[in-house]
Design a protein around this ligand. Structure first.
Ligand code: SF4
Length: 307
Protein backbone atom coordinates (compact mmCIF):
# COMPACT_ATOMS: atom_id res chain seq x y z
CA UNK A 1 0.00 0.00 0.00
CA UNK A 2 1.29 3.49 -0.84
CA UNK A 3 2.13 5.64 2.14
CA UNK A 4 1.89 9.40 2.57
CA UNK A 5 4.44 9.47 5.36
CA UNK A 6 7.20 6.95 6.00
CA UNK A 7 8.65 7.39 9.50
CA UNK A 8 12.02 5.77 10.11
CA UNK A 9 13.63 5.41 13.51
CA UNK A 10 12.63 8.75 14.94
CA UNK A 11 13.97 9.46 18.41
CA UNK A 12 13.39 12.67 20.37
CA UNK A 13 15.25 13.97 23.42
CA UNK A 14 14.51 17.15 25.35
CA UNK A 15 17.69 18.81 26.57
CA UNK A 16 17.66 20.48 29.96
CA UNK A 17 20.92 22.06 31.18
CA UNK A 18 22.74 19.88 28.68
CA UNK A 19 21.16 16.68 30.01
CA UNK A 20 19.07 14.65 27.54
CA UNK A 21 15.67 13.41 28.58
CA UNK A 22 14.39 10.82 26.08
CA UNK A 23 10.78 11.26 24.97
CA UNK A 24 10.49 9.06 21.86
CA UNK A 25 12.52 5.94 21.20
CA UNK A 26 13.27 4.68 17.72
CA UNK A 27 9.78 5.05 16.27
CA UNK A 28 9.07 3.62 12.81
CA UNK A 29 5.70 3.40 11.05
CA UNK A 30 3.86 4.49 7.92
CA UNK A 31 0.73 6.55 7.37
CA UNK A 32 -1.11 4.82 4.50
CA UNK A 33 -2.30 7.15 1.76
CA UNK A 34 -5.89 8.41 1.96
CA UNK A 35 -6.42 6.55 5.22
CA UNK A 36 -7.14 7.59 8.75
CA UNK A 37 -4.63 6.71 11.45
CA UNK A 38 -5.34 7.24 15.15
CA UNK A 39 -2.54 7.63 17.69
CA UNK A 40 -3.70 6.58 21.14
CA UNK A 41 -2.16 6.53 24.59
CA UNK A 42 -2.46 8.20 27.96
CA UNK A 43 -1.30 11.80 28.37
CA UNK A 44 2.46 12.24 28.58
CA UNK A 45 3.27 9.07 26.63
CA UNK A 46 4.83 10.83 23.58
CA UNK A 47 1.87 11.01 21.18
CA UNK A 48 1.88 14.73 20.44
CA UNK A 49 5.68 14.82 20.35
CA UNK A 50 5.43 12.10 17.70
CA UNK A 51 2.92 14.07 15.59
CA UNK A 52 5.03 17.22 15.68
CA UNK A 53 8.42 15.49 15.28
CA UNK A 54 7.43 13.52 12.17
CA UNK A 55 6.25 16.65 10.38
CA UNK A 56 9.36 18.70 11.17
CA UNK A 57 7.86 20.99 13.81
CA UNK A 58 10.40 20.17 16.52
CA UNK A 59 13.84 19.60 15.16
CA UNK A 60 14.89 23.24 14.92
CA UNK A 61 14.44 23.95 18.61
CA UNK A 62 17.81 24.19 20.42
CA UNK A 63 16.40 22.35 23.43
CA UNK A 64 15.14 19.36 21.43
CA UNK A 65 17.19 16.76 19.57
CA UNK A 66 15.38 14.79 16.86
CA UNK A 67 17.06 11.98 14.91
CA UNK A 68 15.75 9.68 12.18
CA UNK A 69 13.88 10.33 8.95
CA UNK A 70 10.33 11.21 8.01
CA UNK A 71 9.74 10.87 4.28
CA UNK A 72 6.93 12.86 2.65
CA UNK A 73 6.77 12.95 -1.15
CA UNK A 74 10.29 11.44 -1.12
CA UNK A 75 11.66 14.33 0.96
CA UNK A 76 13.00 13.91 4.48
CA UNK A 77 11.06 16.55 6.44
CA UNK A 78 13.79 16.61 9.07
CA UNK A 79 16.38 17.68 6.51
CA UNK A 80 14.36 20.39 4.72
CA UNK A 81 15.22 24.07 5.00
CA UNK A 82 12.83 26.43 6.76
CA UNK A 83 11.30 27.89 3.58
CA UNK A 84 10.59 24.48 2.04
CA UNK A 85 8.97 23.28 5.27
CA UNK A 86 6.91 26.45 5.51
CA UNK A 87 5.75 25.97 1.93
CA UNK A 88 4.65 22.40 2.68
CA UNK A 89 2.76 23.57 5.76
CA UNK A 90 0.92 26.22 3.77
CA UNK A 91 -0.59 23.67 1.41
CA UNK A 92 0.31 20.01 1.89
CA UNK A 93 0.56 19.37 5.63
CA UNK A 94 -2.01 21.11 7.82
CA UNK A 95 -2.80 20.99 11.54
CA UNK A 96 -5.78 21.19 13.86
CA UNK A 97 -4.64 21.90 17.39
CA UNK A 98 -6.03 21.04 20.80
CA UNK A 99 -7.15 24.50 21.95
CA UNK A 100 -9.33 26.17 19.32
CA UNK A 101 -9.16 29.50 21.16
CA UNK A 102 -5.39 29.56 20.55
CA UNK A 103 -5.87 29.18 16.79
CA UNK A 104 -7.08 32.78 16.49
CA UNK A 105 -5.82 36.14 17.71
CA UNK A 106 -8.19 37.21 20.53
CA UNK A 107 -7.89 40.87 19.49
CA UNK A 108 -8.97 40.33 15.88
CA UNK A 109 -12.31 39.50 14.32
CA UNK A 110 -12.31 35.95 13.01
CA UNK A 111 -12.65 37.19 9.44
CA UNK A 112 -9.35 39.07 9.72
CA UNK A 113 -7.52 36.04 11.13
CA UNK A 114 -9.02 33.66 8.60
CA UNK A 115 -8.20 35.89 5.60
CA UNK A 116 -4.61 36.22 6.85
CA UNK A 117 -4.32 32.43 7.00
CA UNK A 118 -5.60 31.81 3.49
CA UNK A 119 -3.91 32.46 0.16
CA UNK A 120 -5.09 34.91 -2.48
CA UNK A 121 -8.30 33.93 -4.22
CA UNK A 122 -10.36 33.52 -1.06
CA UNK A 123 -13.06 36.18 -1.31
CA UNK A 124 -15.83 36.51 1.29
CA UNK A 125 -18.26 34.33 -0.67
CA UNK A 126 -15.75 31.48 -0.91
CA UNK A 127 -14.82 31.75 2.77
CA UNK A 128 -18.51 31.66 3.70
CA UNK A 129 -19.06 28.48 1.75
CA UNK A 130 -15.98 26.97 3.43
CA UNK A 131 -17.42 27.83 6.85
CA UNK A 132 -20.78 26.36 5.88
CA UNK A 133 -18.98 23.20 4.79
CA UNK A 134 -17.68 22.73 8.35
CA UNK A 135 -21.14 23.27 9.84
CA UNK A 136 -21.10 27.01 10.64
CA UNK A 137 -24.57 28.06 9.58
CA UNK A 138 -24.14 31.84 9.90
CA UNK A 139 -20.74 32.42 8.30
CA UNK A 140 -21.03 36.20 8.03
CA UNK A 141 -21.75 36.48 11.74
CA UNK A 142 -18.76 34.21 12.44
CA UNK A 143 -16.46 36.39 10.33
CA UNK A 144 -17.61 39.53 12.17
CA UNK A 145 -17.14 37.95 15.63
CA UNK A 146 -14.21 38.05 18.01
CA UNK A 147 -13.08 34.63 19.31
CA UNK A 148 -14.58 35.22 22.78
CA UNK A 149 -18.01 35.77 21.19
CA UNK A 150 -18.11 32.23 19.75
CA UNK A 151 -18.49 28.88 21.45
CA UNK A 152 -15.50 26.54 21.67
CA UNK A 153 -17.18 24.17 19.21
CA UNK A 154 -17.66 26.98 16.66
CA UNK A 155 -14.03 28.01 17.05
CA UNK A 156 -12.84 24.44 16.49
CA UNK A 157 -14.98 24.23 13.33
CA UNK A 158 -13.46 27.50 12.11
CA UNK A 159 -9.94 26.20 12.88
CA UNK A 160 -10.74 23.03 10.92
CA UNK A 161 -11.98 25.15 8.00
CA UNK A 162 -8.67 27.02 7.87
CA UNK A 163 -6.75 23.74 8.08
CA UNK A 164 -8.58 22.04 5.21
CA UNK A 165 -8.95 25.10 2.95
CA UNK A 166 -5.95 24.23 0.73
CA UNK A 167 -7.07 20.57 0.50
CA UNK A 168 -3.90 19.18 2.08
CA UNK A 169 -2.37 15.75 1.46
CA UNK A 170 -1.88 15.21 5.19
CA UNK A 171 -4.09 16.52 8.01
CA UNK A 172 -2.74 16.25 11.58
CA UNK A 173 -5.25 16.72 14.40
CA UNK A 174 -3.63 16.88 17.83
CA UNK A 175 -6.17 16.15 20.57
CA UNK A 176 -8.87 17.96 18.55
CA UNK A 177 -11.66 17.02 20.96
CA UNK A 178 -10.06 17.32 24.39
CA UNK A 179 -11.53 20.80 25.02
CA UNK A 180 -15.02 19.72 23.96
CA UNK A 181 -17.94 18.08 25.74
CA UNK A 182 -19.12 14.58 24.85
CA UNK A 183 -21.70 15.10 22.04
CA UNK A 184 -19.49 17.74 20.41
CA UNK A 185 -16.50 15.37 20.41
CA UNK A 186 -18.31 12.98 18.14
CA UNK A 187 -19.52 15.77 15.85
CA UNK A 188 -15.96 17.07 15.41
CA UNK A 189 -14.54 13.58 14.81
CA UNK A 190 -17.29 12.90 12.25
CA UNK A 191 -16.61 16.25 10.58
CA UNK A 192 -12.88 15.53 10.34
CA UNK A 193 -13.58 12.14 8.82
CA UNK A 194 -16.15 13.52 6.33
CA UNK A 195 -13.66 16.13 5.17
CA UNK A 196 -10.80 13.61 4.99
CA UNK A 197 -12.93 11.25 2.97
CA UNK A 198 -14.18 13.89 0.53
CA UNK A 199 -10.64 15.26 -0.01
CA UNK A 200 -9.14 11.75 -0.08
CA UNK A 201 -6.33 13.00 2.12
CA UNK A 202 -4.39 11.13 4.80
CA UNK A 203 -5.18 11.99 8.40
CA UNK A 204 -3.50 11.44 11.73
CA UNK A 205 -5.67 11.99 14.80
CA UNK A 206 -3.85 12.07 18.14
CA UNK A 207 -5.91 11.44 21.25
CA UNK A 208 -5.65 10.29 24.85
CA UNK A 209 -9.31 9.33 24.59
CA UNK A 210 -9.88 5.61 23.97
CA UNK A 211 -13.22 6.47 22.32
CA UNK A 212 -11.21 6.61 19.09
CA UNK A 213 -10.60 2.89 19.42
CA UNK A 214 -14.28 2.40 18.65
CA UNK A 215 -14.18 4.70 15.65
CA UNK A 216 -13.79 3.35 12.15
CA UNK A 217 -10.15 4.35 11.79
CA UNK A 218 -8.01 2.41 9.31
CA UNK A 219 -5.00 2.00 11.57
CA UNK A 220 -4.39 2.52 15.28
CA UNK A 221 -0.93 3.25 16.67
CA UNK A 222 -0.64 2.84 20.44
CA UNK A 223 2.11 4.57 22.42
CA UNK A 224 3.34 3.74 25.88
CA UNK A 225 6.34 5.44 27.51
CA UNK A 226 7.57 6.92 24.22
CA UNK A 227 7.50 3.66 22.30
CA UNK A 228 4.99 2.19 19.90
CA UNK A 229 3.56 -0.89 21.58
CA UNK A 230 1.02 -1.77 18.88
CA UNK A 231 0.15 -0.88 15.29
CA UNK A 232 -3.17 -2.44 14.45
CA UNK A 233 -4.97 -2.21 11.10
CA UNK A 234 -7.79 -4.57 12.07
CA UNK A 235 -11.37 -3.78 13.05
CA UNK A 236 -13.04 -3.78 15.44
CA UNK A 237 -10.01 -3.03 17.57
CA UNK A 238 -11.78 -4.02 20.76
CA UNK A 239 -11.80 -7.60 19.49
CA UNK A 240 -8.41 -7.43 17.78
CA UNK A 241 -6.24 -5.64 20.37
CA UNK A 242 -3.16 -7.69 21.25
CA UNK A 243 -0.98 -5.66 23.61
CA UNK A 244 -2.11 -5.70 27.27
CA UNK A 245 -2.01 -1.88 27.32
CA UNK A 246 -4.21 -1.58 24.22
CA UNK A 247 -6.61 -4.08 25.73
CA UNK A 248 -6.73 -2.01 28.90
CA UNK A 249 -7.48 1.17 26.88
CA UNK A 250 -10.13 -0.65 24.88
CA UNK A 251 -11.78 -1.87 28.06
CA UNK A 252 -11.15 -5.54 27.23
CA UNK A 253 -8.97 -6.12 30.29
CA UNK A 254 -9.43 -3.85 33.31
CA UNK A 255 -6.83 -5.58 35.49
CA UNK A 256 -4.08 -3.02 34.83
CA UNK A 257 -2.83 -1.14 37.91
CA UNK A 258 -1.86 2.53 38.06
CA UNK A 259 1.94 2.75 38.17
CA UNK A 260 4.62 4.85 36.45
CA UNK A 261 6.40 3.25 33.46
CA UNK A 262 9.41 1.12 34.40
CA UNK A 263 12.82 2.43 33.26
CA UNK A 264 14.16 -1.11 32.59
CA UNK A 265 12.62 -4.05 30.76
CA UNK A 266 9.11 -3.66 29.34
CA UNK A 267 7.97 -0.22 30.57
CA UNK A 268 4.45 -1.56 31.08
CA UNK A 269 5.44 -4.43 33.37
CA UNK A 270 4.49 -2.77 36.72
CA UNK A 271 0.92 -2.48 35.38
CA UNK A 272 0.70 -5.62 33.32
CA UNK A 273 -1.45 -8.54 34.46
CA UNK A 274 0.59 -10.89 32.21
CA UNK A 275 4.08 -9.80 33.34
CA UNK A 276 6.64 -12.50 34.00
CA UNK A 277 10.28 -12.33 35.22
CA UNK A 278 11.64 -11.73 31.71
CA UNK A 279 9.50 -8.58 31.34
CA UNK A 280 11.34 -6.91 34.24
CA UNK A 281 14.74 -7.07 32.55
CA UNK A 282 14.26 -7.34 28.75
CA UNK A 283 12.66 -4.93 26.30
CA UNK A 284 10.47 -6.73 23.74
CA UNK A 285 10.82 -5.84 20.04
CA UNK A 286 7.88 -4.91 17.83
CA UNK A 287 6.84 -8.19 16.23
CA UNK A 288 4.56 -8.60 13.22
CA UNK A 289 1.73 -11.09 13.51
CA UNK A 290 0.09 -13.00 10.68
CA UNK A 291 -2.86 -10.56 10.46
CA UNK A 292 -0.65 -7.51 9.92
CA UNK A 293 -0.59 -6.20 13.49
CA UNK A 294 2.71 -5.14 15.07
CA UNK A 295 2.91 -5.74 18.81
CA UNK A 296 5.64 -5.20 21.41
CA UNK A 297 5.01 -7.94 23.95
CA UNK A 298 6.69 -11.27 24.72
CA UNK A 299 3.40 -12.89 25.60
CA UNK A 300 0.84 -11.35 23.23
CA UNK A 301 -0.34 -14.80 22.17
CA UNK A 302 -1.73 -15.40 25.63
CA UNK A 303 -3.99 -12.33 25.22
CA UNK A 304 -5.75 -14.13 22.37
CA UNK A 305 -5.89 -17.55 24.04
CA UNK A 306 -7.68 -16.19 27.10
CA UNK A 307 -4.99 -17.37 29.54
S1 SF4 B 1 6.22 -7.84 27.61
FE1 SF4 B 1 5.49 -8.61 29.55
S2 SF4 B 1 5.05 -6.79 30.80
FE2 SF4 B 1 5.26 -6.14 28.69
S3 SF4 B 1 3.19 -6.10 27.95
FE3 SF4 B 1 4.00 -8.11 27.42
S4 SF4 B 1 3.48 -9.46 29.12
FE4 SF4 B 1 3.16 -7.35 29.79
Amino acid sequence: MTSTLDVRQISVEYLSQGQPSPILHDVSCTLPQAQRTAVIGESGRGKSTFAFAITGLLHRSPSIRVTGESLFQRQNLLALDVDSLRGLRRKEIRYVFQEPSESFNPLLRLGTSIRASLCDGWDTERICSLLERVGLAEPLRVLRSYPHELSIGMLQRAAIAVAVAPEPSLLIADEPTSALDEPLKWQILDLLEDLRSSMQCTSLVVSHDPMLLNESVDQVIVFFAGRIVEINPNRPLRAEALHPYTRMLAGVDARSRLHPPAPVGCAFHPRCPLAKDRCRTELPDLEQTSNGTWVRCFYWKSTTSGS
